[in-house]
Ligand binder design. Structure first.
Ligand code: DAT
Ligand code: MG
Length: 139
């Protein structure tokens, strides 16, 4: 079982498609509480830093360009078993492989532009949350 917190972004493709409300409704319905949230945009440098672990991957340049291409919604979410349950809610990285009813199955176009981010561990959830939010921005 994972801990109580995870971190998410509603990515620029989903923002452009007008799906912020639909995705937040699914997050709420699945039982996550919003601890922190902001509507913001990353510079290429900031997106590069956020995805630094993927720097050696062939898609890194594309990923950084996409994640800095427009506004996104960043949030810290709370629920028992948050990391694992949120990964279940969003579905596989490639929407073609994502289960029916998942956020990526419903709203993602392809593996590169896949609508939402979800942390992959408690440790990364904490690091990613700190990237966007101070202690004063958490409730
Ligand atoms: P996830 O977002 O499901 O945790 P990841 O951490 O492996 O997936 O990759 C981070 C992001 O990088 C992913 O959401 C979209 C992009 N990405 C991953 N694999 C890709 C690929 N094969 N081609 C293009 N972009 C990819
Ligand atoms: Mg990941």
């Amino acid at each position: 079982m994972s801990g109580k917190y995870t971190f998410t972004m509603i990515k620029p493709d989903a923002v452009r498609a007008g799906n912020i409300g639909n995705i937040l409704a699914m997050i709420n319905k699945a039982g996550f509480r919003i601890v922190a949230m902001k509507y913001t945009k990353l510079s290429a440098e900031q997106a590069g830093k956020f995805y630094e672990v993927h720097a050696a991957r062939p898609f890194y340049g594309e990923l950084v360009e996409f994640m800095s291409s427009g506004a996104l919604v960043a949030a810290i979410l709370e629920k028992d078993n948050a990391v694992a349950d949120f990964r279940t809610l969003i579905g596989a990285t490639n929407p073609a492989d994502a289960a029916d009813g998942t956020i990526r199955k419903l709203y993602a176009a392809n593996v590169g532009e896949n609508a939402v981010h979800g942390s992959d561990s408690d440790e990364n959830a904490a690091i990613e949350g700190q990237f966007f939010f101070s202690g004063l921005e958490r409730f």
